[in-house]
Structures are given as C-alpha cells and as structure tokens.
Ligand binder design. Structure first.
Ligand code: ADP
Length: 276
C-alpha cells in the first residue's frame, strides 16, 4: 500500500472486484493513512465545515438528495458515528431513520415498503441506522427466508438502489467493521457503566454467538450488492476516531462531487428597498 493510496480513502475502502472481497482478511484495527487521534480529529473538523457548507447548498438547491446507509454488527458504532459525524450539521437538513424489528403492518408489505417511505426527499441528507440490508443479514442468519430468496433480494436491492439513484438520490453505504474481541469489550463496557446499561440487551449475546454466520452473511451481501454505481465501503471501526475521520472524508467528497448550487437569485434584487 503506497502513501498515496492510503490517503485516497474513497478508493481504498470501496468494495471493488467484489467477488474477491474477503472479510477474514480485513483488519478492523487498521488505520492506514492516519498516524493518530489528533490527526484524525483535525481531518474531521475540516470535513465538518465542508459538509456544513455543502449541506446548506444541497438544501437551497432542492434538486438532489444523499442517502447514507450504515450497517454493522451489534456495538459496531452506528449511533456514535451518527452523533459525532452528523451531529454538527443543520438538523433541518438531516433525517435519521432507525430500522428495528418490523411491525405487523410492515411485515404485511414487501420488505422495501417501509424503506422507500424514509428515503430522503430532495435537498435532504438521509441516514439509515440499519436498512433494507437487514433483510439479507439478520433474516438470512435466522433462516427466515431460504437462500434462493436471499439471492433474489440481492438483485432486487441493486435494482431498487439504481432506481433511487436514477431519480436524484445518491447512495453511500458504509459497513462499520469491528472485531469479535472489540465487540466483547464494548458489551462489557455496557455492563460496567451504569449509564450504558440501557444499551445492554441479552439478545446481543445470542446474536454474538452467531458471529461467524453474520460474517458469512455480510461477506455474501458485500460481494453481491457492490455494483460500481452503489458500492459498499468497509470501514475499519475498532478505533472510533479513525472511523469518524474516514466516513466524514468520504461523505464530504461525495457532497462536493454532487456539486449542489444555490438557485440563481430573482432578477432585480439590487433595486429592492426594504421599507422603514
Ligand atoms: P440497534 O441495535 O440498531 O441500536 P436495537 O437494539 O433496537 O437497535 O435493535 C434493532 C433490531 O432490529 C436488531 O436486532 C436488528 O437486527 C433488528 N431488525 C432490523 N430490521 C430487521 C428486519 N428487517 N427483520 C428482522 N429484524 C430486524
């Protein structure tokens, strides 16, 4: 890995040659291109400013939207990433949706029904805390659908995302990748710290016991749902400062590429006199 490559995080963490993506070889502890927390914080601060300015333009332009999809195993850091990276943005321009176990009404519809209702409208940044990908992850691991249906869903999801992107919703997908040992530490912290008890769920232990099955489901999903038009980014997430810096960089660069413009001013503004 050259120095130049490690600074080009967008390219570096993008899943390409998806057939070969090997989850077991991915190092969640890695911090390529950044030496320490201080450097990461400085990069994040710059990106916060950039995102703030670009978000205002996106909102004013009102022609395109950005959808950010976050997926991780339990304790992977989705909540912390949302709070730290997107907290400083104007809340009027951001909409966060957390997808839980589907309700009876949601289950009565196809799995994308509840998702489509929460895609961001023009001018907005939408953040999905979990997403339609749960329907090829937890649902696959628990064998609620068979492999044939899982494969069909990969194709349906790719088509759905194409449809969104062709209709002005740019999609960025981040998998926050933590190690099994890091998950143990984070679960232990939830037990140790009284103000974290509310986050502890015995169910997390049952899911942890299925770690290998989740890894297999993630790997299959990453391989099958990373077309060049909507690739996954797999982010090493054991170190929160690294995770935050990299995601903020990729989001800010993407917004810059979307190049939102303030609408042209009405004619004759220079002649208007505000009455006393
Ligand atoms: P989080 O872990 O995201 O902070 P919760 O502790 O409320 O939030 O967990 C949400 C749960 O909902 C997770 O266990 C997740 O796997 C589950 N879930 C989300 N979407 C689906 C789905 N489509 N089918 C089944 N379970 C789902």
């Amino acid at each position: 890995m050259t120095e130049k490559e490690t600074k080009n995080w967008e390219k570096f963490f993008r899943v390409t040659n998806s057939d070969e993506f090997d989850y077991a070889k991915f190092d969640p502890d890695a911090t390529p291109g950044l030496s320490d927390r201080e450097e990461a914080k400085a990069i994040q601060a710059v990106n916060t400013e950039r995102m703030h300015d670009l978000q205002e333009r996106l909102y004013a332009e009102n022609k395109q939207a950005l959808l950010i999809v976050l997926q991780a195993l339990d304790t992977g850091g989705k909540d912390g990433a949302i709070r730290t990276i997107f907290g400083p943005l104007n809340p009027q321009g951001v909409q966060v949706t957390s997808f839980k176990v589907p309700s009876a009404q949601e289950l009565a519809h196809d799995y994308l029904w509840r998702i489509h209702q929460h895609t961001p409208p023009k001018g907005m940044i939408g953040i999905f805390n979990r997403s339609h990908y749960e329907d090829v992850l937890v649902v696959k691991v628990h064998r609620l659908i068979d492999e044939k249906v899982v494969r069909k869903r990969y194709a349906q999801i790719n088509a759905f995302e194409d449809h969104l992107q062709e209709n002005g919703v740019k999609i960025l997908k981040f998998h926050l990748c933590i190690s099994r040992d890091e998950q143990r530490k984070r679960l232990q912290q939830r037990l140790d710290k009284p103000d974290k008890h509310w986050k502890f769920s015995r169910n997390d232990l049952a899911e942890r016991a299925r770690w290998d099955e989740y890894v297999e489901a993630y790997q299959a999903m990453l391989r099958n749902c990373s077309p060049a038009s909507a690739p996954w980014y797999v982010i090493p997430a054991n170190k929160k400062w690294y995770r935050n810096a990299i995601i903020s960089q990729i989001v800010a660069d993407t917004l810059a590429k979307m190049d939102p413009q303030f609408p042209p001013p009405e004619e004759g503004l220079d002649k208007i006199v505000i009455p006393e």
